[in-house]
Design a protein around this ligand. Structure first.
Ligand code: FES
Ligand SMILES: [Fe+2]
Length: 426
């Protein structure tokens, strides 16, 4: 259980809120490369941490992330004409460059210098690993660029998608921290999904009473969860949680690794990013095809949008017969929408003052505590954790160990992202 005050501290992320200030100190995955693929392509609406922007790529390929609304009389620059190194408002022709600087006000004589006094709010938008990253914090505090493994591998080794999730970021992220639900919610899908079935890990999920051992890491938490394996052995699944919103999913067999980012759009919506990457090989045609068709931890989207086809307006296409037969445990198809459906069902912002936590919620309790502490520390000018890119060079893992051996000591190598070395997975 969490007090209402604590919940109200760590769920809002708008300007000036404690967690909003904290999140503005990190680079934020904002857009997929293909949303702004070429110079002078159509501008895109972006909402992040409750602020509205327009993103565009100018004639020279430079990226702009500027206030959505024209400084003249507030028209959305989504209607803008992307021409000659700027975005021109179609109402009266005011034009802005990629930094938000107004460069032309056609009604005013050029020598008046009027347009030089007009500037829209703007933030850096930088491309890396097929993702456009925004930084919305104070310029003097801009951290070094993130070094997550999926940003440094060849493009052939990675597949990234994002989907709109209709709830607060925190309850979505908590699903990524809590791997105890896998034995229930995903128990059907683990035996049918092409990127999970047939692995030892899918088999060991039979133990539905996992034990959590959570250790602090430099960037967040290293979450060990053990289940019974063969006599005298435990099957360990180790999730990494990296501040402020990344989770790395323990792998299955020789399949690629998966990680997520849970990025607030506003207080009642977030983008769930899914990064699938293999440290030592290109993803296969079968893997890519499966993911593009909503398999693995990806989803099929309504064309032209980031909204899943399976969504709350169609009751997630729940199939009661499949639920009864155990083909899917909840009746919802696909691992990602199984997660999203239960998380959205909590309401736009879960009321945590009514929950009853148990031992398998330990990692969630620790993550909430760490977020709250980081937000309060920032008010005292204490720097947030995980700004150092070294904190990003970690991996999740899955393995079997004899009982009694501490997972974090015996397998510490498995948690480092080492170039050219495969991940540890069973
Ligand atoms: S509202 Fe944009 S130019 Fe007038
Ligand atoms: Fe899940």
């Amino acid at each position: 259980m969490m007090t209402r005050e604590h919940n109200e501290l760590i769920t809002p992320t708008g300007p000036g809120t404690p967690v909003g200030n904290l999140f503005r100190r990190y680079w934020i995955p904002a857009l997929l490369f293909e949303e702004l693929p070429e110079p002078e392509c159509p501008p895109v609406r972006v909402k992040l941490l409750s602020e509205r922007f327009i993103a565009f790529r100018d004639t020279q390929g430079r990226l702009g992330l500027i206030d959505e609304f024209c400084a003249h009389r507030g028209v959305s620059l989504w209607f803008g004409r992307n021409e000659e190194n700027g975005l021109r408002c179609p109402y009266h022709g005011w034009k802005y460059d990629y930094t938000g600087q107004c460069v032309d006000v056609p009604s005013e004589p050029e020598e008046s210098g009027f347009c030089r006094k007009i500037r829209l709010k703007s933030y850096p938008l930088v491309e890396s690993g097929g993702i456009l990253w925004a930084y919305m914090g104070p310029p003097q505090d801009q951290p070094p660029f993130p070094a997550f493994e999926w940003t440094t591998l060849p493009a052939t080794h990675c597949y990234t998608s994002k989907r709109w999730q209709e709830c607060n970021y925190l309850q979505a992220m908590e699903g990524g921290i809590d791997s105890s639900h896998v034995s229930f919610l995903h128990s059907g899908a683990l035996h049918t999904d092409p990127l999970h079935r047939g692995t030892k890990g899918a088999l060991y999920q039979r133990d539905r009473s996992p034990k959590f051992e959570v250790v602090q890491s430099a960037g967040g938490l290293c979450i060990g969860v053990r289940r019974n394996a063969e006599e005298g052995h435990y099957y360990w699944r180790v999730t990494q949680w990296i501040m402020p919103w990344y989770t790395m999913v323990p792998p299955y067999g020789d399949n690629a690794l998966n990680a997520h980012a849970w990025v607030p759009i506003d207080d009642e919506n977030c983008f769930t990013w899914t990064f699938t990457y293999h440290p030592t090989r290109a993803l296969s045609a079968l893997e890519l095809d499966t993911m593009r068709n909503g398999g693995g931890t990806h989803v099929k989207l309504i064309p032209g949008s980031f909204r899943p086809i399976i969504n709350k307006d169609n009751d997630y296409m729940i199939d009661r017969a499949a639920q009864k037969a155990g083909l899917t445990y909840s009746g919802v198809m696909g691992i990602a929408m199984q997660d999203a459906s239960v998380q959205e069902s909590m309401g736009p912002i879960q009321d945590r003052s009514k929950e009853n936590l148990v031992s398998t919620d330990n990692a969630i309790i620790m993550a909430r505590h760490r977020l709250r502490k980081a937000a309060l520390d920032l008010r005292k000018a204490i720097e947030p954790p995980a700004l150092d890119p070294a904190c990003h060079r970690v991996r999740p893992a899955s393995f079997v160990l004899p009982a009694g051996i501490p997972f974090d000591k015996a397998k510490s190598d498995a948690f480092e992202a080492k170039e050219g070395l495969a991940h540890t997975s069973i």
